[in-house]
Design a protein around this ligand. Structure first.
Ligand code: SF4
Ligand code: SF4
Length: 264
C-alpha cells in the first residue's frame, strides 16, 4: 500500500506540474485550477446566490468537491494522503526536514499535546477557511490564488502570483522543515472543510492490544502526528489512511484496517 501510495502521489504531482507548465507556455488552455476540488466550495455561494460560477471555477470543480465529500465519508482524508499534490510535496519535504534536522517524529521541533494540536487545528484552519470563503464570496473572484501554496507551486507563475507569493511559499517551506506538514495540519482550508465528513469516516485503523507491544513506532511514523499507540481505533478526522503506521509497525496483526463492525 505504501509503494502504491507513493507511485500515485508521484503520478499526480507530475500530471499537475506538466499541466501548469503547459498552460504557462501557452500550449494548453487547461489550468491547474480546473481539477481543484476546493474551487467547487469557493464557487458554491456564487452559484446559489447569483446562479453563476466564481471566476475560473466551474461544474467540474463542484463535481469534484461533491465526489471528494463522498470519498471522505468512506475513507477519511485519503484525498490528502493519496491525491493532493501539495500534500505529497510537503510530506516529502517534511521527510527531508526530519532527516536533516534529525527529528524523531513528524512533530518536528515542537511536540504539542493531542489536545493542543486539536485546538490549534480547529482554530487556525477555520480562520483560514472562513477568510478565504468570505473574500471569495464577497468579490466573486478566486482571491486566494496569490496566497495559495498549491497554486504558487504548480501554476508556473500563473495569474495572480506576485513576487510576495514566493515569500509565502518560502515561509511555508521553512516552517515545513521545522514542523513537517505544518500547512496540512494547521492551515489548509480544504482540510478544515473536509473534517466534518472525515470524522465519521467508515474506514479506520484498529490496534490489537493482544499483539501491540506499545513500542510507539506508529506514533513516530504518522505524518499527521496522531497518537496511534494509545487508542484502540484511529477515529481522528485527520487520518489520511496513508498506512505509514502499519508499515512502521514491527508486529504482524497489531494494526489493521477495519470497517465499523469488523472483527478486531
Ligand atoms: S508500532 Fe505496532 S506494536 Fe508498536 S505501538 Fe504501534 S501498533 Fe503497537
Ligand atoms: S494514523 Fe496511520 S494511516 Fe492515519 S494518518 Fe497516521 S500514519 Fe497515516
Amino acid at each position: 500500500m505504501r509503494r502504491l501510495r507513493t507511485a500515485f502521489q508521484v503520478l499526480v504531482v507530475a500530471a499537475v506540474a506538466v499541466t501548469g507548465v503547459r498552460h504557462a507556455l501557452g500550449w494548453s488552455m487547461t489550468t491547474i485550477e480546473k481539477y481543484c476540488p476546493f474551487g467547487g466550495l469557493e464557487t458554491a455561494y456564487a452559484l446559489v446566490t447569483r446562479q453563476k460560477f466564481t471566476c475560473a471555477a466551474g461544474e467540474l470543480n463542484l463535481a469534484l468537491f461533491l465526489a471528494l465529500i463522498l470519498l471522505t465519508l468512506l475513507a477519511r482524508k485519503a484525498f490528502c494522503g493519496w491525491v493532493c499534490p501539495l500534500g505529497a510535496v510537503l510530506e516529502w519535504w517534511g521527510r527531508l526536514g526530519r532527516r536533516w534536522l534529525r527529528f524523531s517524529s513528524f512533530d518536528g521541533w515542537w511536540r504539542p499535546s493531542d489536545r493542543t494540536r486539536k485546538v490549534l487545528q480547529t482554530v487556525l484552519r477555520s480562520v483560514v477557511l472562513a477568510a478565504v470563503l468570505a473574500a471569495t464570496w464577497a468579490t466573486g473572484e478566486l482571491v486566494f490564488r496569490g496566497y495559495d501554496p498549491y497554486y504558487i507551486l504548480f501554476s508556473a507563475h500563473g495569474h495572480d502570483v506576485m513576487f510576495w507569493s514566493y515569500f509565502i511559499l518560502g515561509g511555508l517551506l521553512a516552517l515545513g522543515l521545522a514542523m513537517p506538514m505544518a500547512w496540512c495540519k494547521y492551515l489548509c482550508p480544504l482540510g478544515a472543510a473536509l473534517w466534518p465528513a472525515s470524522k465519521p469516516g467508515l474506514l479506520r485503523l484498529r490496534r490489537s492490544p493482544d499483539h501491540c507491544t506499545e513500542c510507539g513506532a506508529c506514533d513516530d511514523a504518522c505524518p499527521q502526528s496522531l497518537p496511534v499507540s494509545s487508542v484502540m481505533e484511529v477515529r481522528s478526522g485527520e487520518c489520511t489512511l496513508c498506512f505509514e503506521c502499519t508499515a512502521a509497525c514491527p508486529v504482524a496483526g497489531a494494526l489493521e484496517l477495519r470497517a465499523p463492525g469488523g472483527k478486531p
